[in-house]
Design a protein around this ligand. Sequence first.
Ligand SMILES: [Zn+2]
Length: 576
Amino acid sequence: MRLSLARGIVAAALSAALAATLAAVTPSSAAEPDAGLALTYQPVVAADGRFRAIEVTLRFRGAASGVTIVDLPDEWGGFDKLYNYLGDIRAEGATLAPSSDPAKIALRHAPGAPIVLRYLVRGANRAEQLQDGEVVNDYRPLIQPTWFHLIGDAVVARPEHLDGDTPASFSVRGMPAGTRFASDLEHPGLTVDGLIESIAVGGDFRLIDAGHGARLAVRGSFAKRDDAGWTQSFRRVAAAMSEYWGNDAGRYLVTIIPFAPPGPGATSIGGTGRGDAFAFFATTNALPEMLDRLMTHEMAHSWVNARIGGFSDTVPEAEQFWLSEGFTDFTSWRALVRAGVWTPEQYFAQFNDALREYDASPLRAAPNKEAARLFWTDEKAQRLAYLRGMLFAHWADDRLRRAPGGSSMRNLLLAMQAAAPAARSDAVTLFSAEAQRRDAAIGEGIARFIDRGEPIALPADMLAACGTLRQFERLVFDRGFDVDATLANDRIIAGVAQDGPAWQAGMRDGMTLIGRSGGEIGNSQSEIAYDVDDGGTKRTLRYMPQGRARETVREFALDDLSPPAARQACIGALSR
Ligand SMILES: [Zn+2]
């Protein structure tokens, strides 16, 4: 919503910014009447230059009743009692009244009085994090000697009488010389919700301007990616997105924090979308392809579905994720090919992985409402939204290309982007309307493949300039032992089936599983290799992980693209 630049919002933001400037000159002065909520971060720095805490200052007018209740950060992102990281709460223009709820404070004051509320945020310390096993995706305030990472939900207290769309302003003070600060808070049109849904980082970060409105704040080092790699990759992704949509990301910020791998060879990446930013965590050994894929997906959310209609308030959000997640993958993959970042081979490798995962999903036939109901508790339901939406976009793209006038998904999405500001309808509704106008069958397709959960039928000659969608039968993937029981049993191998392939290769119950050194989980066609400890001797067991049952699989088989004209034709088809 912060993307809408209605005149009134801009004017409010300007006056809020002015108020913040005045407040910065005379720090103890109270809020101007129309400032809404003014937030200031100021690091507390020790004599040796280390960050110790962040002082948060909130300026606002108290409630007309003379009592203001302020909600402190509590539960967010899988963490709770986040108020425990706050302390030394002080107020000017109001007195702190006792509150029985540790997640709230009460302020007594003259009706509508200007109030300054201050508190210190102390970080979750590193030892505590390691003890909790939280090496990545730590959304608590992180305040380390040389850097800090503040998720608004975990840091910013909120006066209850101020609505989410109340104008807000932000400033940062007292950053030590030579340190950097980056946030998604220095925007026009900032609101109270925007303060909460925010990310701010400071300290020994490097700031990379990728152009097209995109910025990256990164610190530390990664084994397989240096700053030149970050800059090049980030610039290419930002340019590809901007070219696909015909406009820029709009001050999009990615912050990235490296963490030590939780174990040898273990890689992990994750993060949280902040609307106009992405707070990203990755182990230092993360592969550049993994980093780029996630970064691209998150940046694509700037458009999907914020700029093509957004979410409906009247339908559960999870029922709209097939579009918001699936079309995000579809558009970002297409944009990468269009910009020459991905080859057709890379595109169809992704496509085939997704198609295989979709065809093997136990929830493939789940109606949309059912899948949405399971979304927050079942990882397979989460994945289904991405896969189903992405494959449906391919189906719709194929329909549109065959329809009179020869449109495409990209044309349709650009039309949605153009229509969205005036349409005042959500992305799913807008998509149906725009698609129906081009091909009536697409509405029926939504009912069949999304609402009712029929398997998405893709024609063999879709994207015929690139190859053929093949369908064939093969043996199901089967490891031949019980991997869950093995992992639950301190890696002592259990459940080896005597008529299975692992037994034939020499695996027996009671050996210790060291790890997998070959093959691909879910792929019965590639030889798998497990390293085991067999009574003190390390052995590598290789076999085809095939069970007895057969399954139907689909796969896009690329034509020979070595002739330049053939390659160009395929890239052209993927770019339309
Ligand atoms: Zn997403």
